[in-house]
Design a protein around this ligand. Sequence first.
Ligand code: ASP
Length: 435
Amino acid sequence: MSKKIPLHWQIIIGMIGGVLCGFLAIQFSNGSHFISNWIKPFGTIFINMLKLIAIPLIITSLIKGVADLQDITQLSKLGIRTFALYLMTTITAVTIGLTLVNTVNPGKFVSEKTRTDMLSSFGEDVNKKVAAADENKKQGPLQPLVDVVPDNFFGAASSNGNMLQVIFFVILFGVGLILIPGEKSAPVKAFFEGCNEVILKIIDIIMLFAPFGVFALLAALVAESPATDIFIALGAYALTVLAGLTFMILVFYPFLVRMFAGKDYLFFLRGIAPAQLVAFSTSSSAATLPVTIERVEEHLGVEKEVSSFVLPIGATVNMDGTSLYQAVAAVFIAQVLGNHLTIGDQLTIILTATLASIGAAAVPGAGLLMLIVVLEAIGVNPAGIALIIAIDRPLDMCRTVANVTSDAAVSMIVAKQLGKLGEPQPKEWDDSQRK
Ligand code: ASP
């Protein structure tokens, strides 16, 4: 029997094929129309399947994970470590972004003409985004806290955007399970454990479709993307963001994992690669979550008690890539618009980009919307996002990779600290079929 091509290679082949197909299509007059009608829907189906599985996965895996913790002290240990590490990685990311952008000064590379063209051509899009950000601002300071507590579980579970509400209820449920007598909790745990196995198997099945899904997503992206001259004008800015993200993904996280989880560089990157590729293709940490959980548990050896808690929370609140990008983008826009930023402004960026990335939803484009909050905090006109809208999607794809990689790295470190980092146990679809 021929040797199976590893999943990450299958996905990479799908991605390259998609990009080539997109480029080929735009050579024909109806090509982009064809891709939108006949190829893109398969990408949408792939994302929908991943999203479909996200809430059931969180429910089954988190209930089991929390209930497996022996007592409430273990839960609080897990919680404190997770949040401390998430905060630390995010602040590091913003600081790296700020250092890079202040060194490269990408704003200086944009000509007066490009600036005026861009500000006028994206005016309408910007107005919509500013209105949405204003809507957010009207709420009181404690609203984010109130939003975590749902008033109806089924209402919360009916939208993937409410992941934190679902997590809140599920943790409560798990705590309840820990506190009741063992003979009462055992059947409930066994039930959710079984459901969890089923869901993980469904993810394996969905991943068989991944190479085709990313093919369709990337073909559509290339066929529908704006003219490339904008990319050149914004090259210095984009390269600054990419340099920061590359450093985080290829140096910072593997280094953390090496230092604090004792696992080597290639082990980590190889284990998480398929999740990174799905993150890149979907631009959504939430859609990637099922793949992240599967890779971290089965290929990086993190036990379910840790992964089921750390990863769903990380997908919603830990967005290092987003915060790094926001720091670079805010300073870039200020430079192009001629605003001078003081040290105080730079510190404000650290604070607001950290909070804005926590508040950003795990969906495509959320980071751009929350950038408005950062810009307003430093007194830069939010209409400035018009300068970067055109190139936001490719950067979104890359920052989502950093967001997902960070969640995986933190889950390994927390697992190591709590003695819950074991050996990987890959359960491939084909193997299980043979049993
Ligand atoms: N797309 C990113 C994510 O899902 C969020 C962002 O727009 O930065 O992680």
